[in-house]
Design a protein around this ligand. Structure first.
Ligand SMILES: [Fe+2]
Length: 200
């Protein structure tokens, strides 16, 4: 099921700083769920709905966070099926995840490393766009810690990116593409289980 690609070509889990995963959108149907919750057929046109924009402005206060219990089971399956396969035991994982709405004409987050905000070493980030992402509607990431060469990741629905957000700089720009981006992200920490839910 997993199709992990280690972008730095190193197979040592400890050194994997970026991994791109492919997942089955029929089994992990976050996309269809989000469309139903938001009442739109095309998530990339979320900016066209005043109702969606009014109700979804924060990573924690939004319609998807409110309805997260609908998909909590497949969310936990995603973690156990993918992360455990790559990293072995998982010590902690964020639940619920943070949902983000990157509308056309707006930004989404500043450039930062999560350690700037006190996130402990050892935690990894998982970024799951529910729309195709490219250019300025995507997440911009350094190639390696401290490089400063921020570039957008191009991904399509059905992919997830694991990266070391504690140390690798990342952020977003004003979305000048023709599509809004909706995504969710969470952190986890490899280590002795049982996996315990955490708030960040
Ligand atoms: Fe971050």
């Amino acid at each position: 099921m997993t199709n992990g690609k280690c972008e730095n070509g190193n197979t040592s889990n400890a050194l994997m700083t970026k991994i791109l995963l492919d997942y089955d959108i029929q089994r992990y149907n976050f996309h269809d769920w989000a469309r139903n919750v938001l009442g739109t057929k095309e998530l990339e046109n979320a900016h066209c709905s005043r109702n969606i924009k009014n109700l979804n402005r924060s990573p924690t206060v939004n319609q998807l966070a409110e309805s997260f219990s609908d998909v909590s089971e497949i969310y936990h399956s995603l973690i156990s099926d993918f992360l455990s396969e790559i990293y072995g035991e998982i010590s902690t994982y964020q639940s619920p995840p943070s949902f983000r709405f990157h509308y056309i004409g707006l930004g989404c987050s500043i450039f930062h490393s999560d350690r700037d905000f006190g996130v402990e070493q050892g935690r990894m980030n998982v970024w799951v766009p529910l729309t195709d992402v490219w250019g300025s509607n995507s997440l911009w990431i350094e190639s390696e810690e401290g490089a400063g060469d921020y570039a957008p990741v191009s991904m399509h629905l059905g992919q997830a990116l694991i990266f070391d957000g504690v140390n690798i700089g990342h952020g977003s720009k004003i979305n000048t593409t023709s599509a809004s981006r909706i995504s969710f992200d969470f952190r986890f920490e490899p280590g002795p289980g049982p996996a315990t839910p955490t708030s960040y």
